[in-house]
Design a protein around this ligand. Sequence first.
Ligand code: ADP
Ligand code: ZN
Ligand code: ZN
Length: 735
Amino acid sequence: MSPTSILRIALPGPIRSLFDYLPPIDQGETLIPGIRLQVPFGRTSRCGVLIEIDTWSKLPAARLKRIESVIDRTPLLDEAHLAFLLWAANYYQHPLGDVVFHAFPVRLRKGQLPTSATAKGWRLTPAGAAVDPTLLHRAYRQAAILTRLKTHPEGLVQQQLIEQCGDCRPSLRSLREKQWIEPCEIGLAPTLAVDPAPSPVLSEAQSQAVNQVAEQFNRFKAFLLDGVTGSGKTEVYLNLIEQVLQQGQQVLVLVPEIGLTPQLVRRFEQRLGLTVTLLHSGLSDGERERAWLAAGRAEARLLVGTRSAIFTPMPRLGLIIVDEEHDLSYKQQEGFRYSARDLAVVRARRTGCPILLGSATPSLESLHNSQLSRYRRIPLLERVGKARLPKMEIIDIRSSRLEGGLSPVLISRINSGLRAGEQVMLFLNRRGYAPLVTCHACGWLSDCPRCDARMTLHLVSKLLWCHHCGHQQKIPSACPSCGSPDLRPLGQGTERLESALTRLFPDHSVARIDRDSTSRKGSLEKLLKEIRAGHHDLLIGTQMLAKGHHFPNVTLVGLLDVDQGLFGADYRAAERMAQLIIQVAGRAGRAEKPGRVLIQTRHPDHPLLQTLILRGYSTFAQDALAERQLASLPPFSYQALLRAESTRQEDPINFLTEAATAGRALQATDGLEFWGPVPAPMERRAGKIRAHLLVQVTDRAQLHRWLDQWTLRLAELPGASKVRWSLDVDPQEML
Ligand code: ADP
Ligand code: ZN
Ligand code: ZN
């Protein structure tokens, strides 16, 4: 390499362009794109990633600086993966530096060297495995260590134990003295060799699904596995994963945030007889890094992760599975606003491997793609075995007096269910005690001081709490406006439902599952275990309950409030509500006894609700797609949402008006439409005034050519410096 070559380097941050540097003078070896380098930046030094090497720079030679040092000899991201990240940055119009650094684990972003391949670790001895940790009440740390090691017979890295159990070195020493644990060396992806549990004999429909995908191994093909809950989709995944692993390739499985449950992981490990490498936000930085490196070196063969796992390098990738592909958690809603599901399809195409999107309630986008034959739809229409799908019924609550949000009909059905010894599950997608508090004397409302929203009453934590900006304050003892003590909660939240149920059914135990009741690590697991063991007859949950868990003893499900979904401001609201209803319903029922689902509504004649209940999700989806087509909405058109916010009232709209004018002046594009600028549905949030400008085009390629030019202009607009703006390509929520 000539010392006058130009190194084009990505640095983290909001700047869209790459930075030009000179190589070190004495650089003997060639520098390969994908390596990390330390470079001078202003008065500081930063870690950057080499993207390309060129022979010229726009900058005059005198202004070019030399890099300080080379961090990696061999790149941590290979060429193909780097190209994928470039594609993603381009598609989402997001700064490449930010995208590339997003792909790295935290420590590596800071220029540190990757964790070494093996580390000092600990595992249980047979004597230790026989100890019941719950009996060690006085040695709390030792018990915690034993509990962790029990679920990891292959051993755990000492550093990881310290990250999770606090500085536990003295406890480790004591355990070793008792000969309950022993030291071991642990690789990046420890392998657990257990005998795989035998696979059940696949049904005809399952075998066909497996065969269709297997025929396309080693080339790109997208499949939509459209199967009701309990139709055996996971069994299809497992079968395919097994085949791909046998060919020596890697598999990436993406799951929704709440879908990554210990039961799922256990099921995978038992059936496949190997350790699943996990990547999700609950891991420590060290654990994430080890998983990431193990995947990048093809040591981890099966990677199961949430959305950001899509950016993990996997050089021998042979299959991607996206479970519950309709789930909103695949879309990152801030910063780099990508859709992991959509990127997974792109990644499979670039890799040349099949991808399987699975769901009981496929997104309208994916159904549309299968109608266009871009994806091949594989239906699994029936539940495995004799299990029948639950029956759904509507309860008209227009003229009912509700008690704790429950209609008399629902209360009497709960009563008979409980008397028959069944578990009952109630779904209410609102945590806290009540969504607002009002003063009965003067009409004061618990408005958030920073948002156009109300603060939710949380009685358990004794707070008024805004769910939009996180603002919290003590519950006032009297009205802040008129001093009257007559403050009353309005509406229902899960805490209030819990107390109503305790009052109505004093002989039955209630379990509440929402973010508040499960915020402590391990508490969700504990609750779920108690539910499966039958300790609770009544279950209350938010959408956390709608995913991933199956409750075979629940035969009655009540949905307390579906109306907000029917009339949401967002055109996707109905699709979401339908998916939620079907997903919640899918948690219930078993072979001998099909579940019953009762839906309370004030709009019993709503056509979408009627279609969903009488004719099922797929008819509902067809109708919804027809409506979208008539209105030229996605997936029949393509959108990008430009958001702007500022502390000053007029700045966001001014900037967006300039943006629209600049956009109209660009080259004509078929069907280009601007909606707005308008104030955001919640105009003020966290003290900022927010506004939106929506752009819609009928052709995706045209949208992107147009966006390329538009984003360049946006940064130069006079109003740009007065706002914070961001572009959301294929927006999912108009918040
Ligand atoms: P889904 O992922 O579609 O919800 P699962 O794959 O979890 O469905 O299957 C539902 C239940 O049926 C599981 O308990 C699973 O072990 C069982 N199962 C799946 N396929 C078969 C089969 N071919 N024979 C027997 N049991 C099966
Ligand atoms: Zn008052
Ligand atoms: Zn707020």
